[in-house]
Design a binder for this molecule. Structure first.
Ligand SMILES: Cc1cc2nc3c(=O)[nH]c(=O)nc-3n(C[C@H](O)[C@H](O)[C@H](O)COP(=O)(O)O)c2cc1C
Length: 186
């Protein structure tokens, strides 16, 4: 039966890293970059793939996989066509949630924030670096940067009491705390 097949599947790898809530950095970008680097070093197939969720004007969510292109002081970059559904969503409601799931490490990061359209030079530079670039610029290409407002880092544990750290942007810098298993995130 499908149900039995699904239940019998292993979930997490035998060895999982440990996340000590007392030793996480004050700046969530530092932790994010460490985890992204760990995912790249783990050899997993597409460590830069993330699920990007946007909403339409009725509040209806839509998700798709995109590649993270860069991380800098402007935010977390992703790119796509200005004629796409996601571009229409972001033009009307410039908010998005990014979700990374790094399977070999049992790690998930959810990042929610405001999406800003970056300048034309950044967009065309990204277009030219794509593997399919044939020498022709694409005026419809756009890079956005997600400026994080809230991040939640989850390190899975075998006892399922996953360690979750929530960061919130404050007027000056960031606050963070551990979310207990039954606790509701903001
Ligand atoms: C692994 C993977 C990576 C992808 N990366 C991108 C990307 O970086 N940019 C992009 O526009 N579409 C990318 N796509 C396609 C998107 O998932 C999506 O189908 C497309 O952008 C249209 O989305 P929309 O109709 O919601 O705007 C990727 C798909 C996969 C499976």
């Amino acid at each position: 039966m499908l149900r039995d097949t699904l239940r019998a599947l292993p979930t997490f790898p035998a060895e999982l890293p440990v996340l000590d809530p007392a030793s996480v950095p004050a700046d969530p970008q530092e932790l994010f970059l460490t985890w992204l680097t760990d995912a790249i070093d783990s050899g997993e197939r597409q460590p830069t793939a993330m699920t990007v969720t946007t909403v339409d004007t009725d509040g209806r969510p839509a998700s798709r996989t995109l590649i993270v292109k860069d991380v800098d002081e402007r935010g977390i970059h992703f790119s796509s066509s200005r004629t796409s559904r996601k571009a229409a969503h972001l033009a009307a409601r410039p908010v998005a949630t990014l979700l990374f799931f790094w399977r070999p490490l049992g790690r998930q990061v959810e990042i929610d924030g405001d999406a800003i359209a970056l300048d034309e030079a950044t967009s065309q530079a990204d277009w030219r670096e794509r593997p399919s670039y044939d020498g022709t610029d694409n005026p419809d290409w756009q890079v956005w940067a997600l400026q994080p407002r809230r991040l939640e880092f989850l390190q899975a544990t075998h006892d399922r009491r996953h360690v979750r750290i929530e960061y919130l942007r404050e007027r000056h810098g960031w606050s963070h705390r551990r979310l207990m298993p039954s606790e509701q995130a903001r």
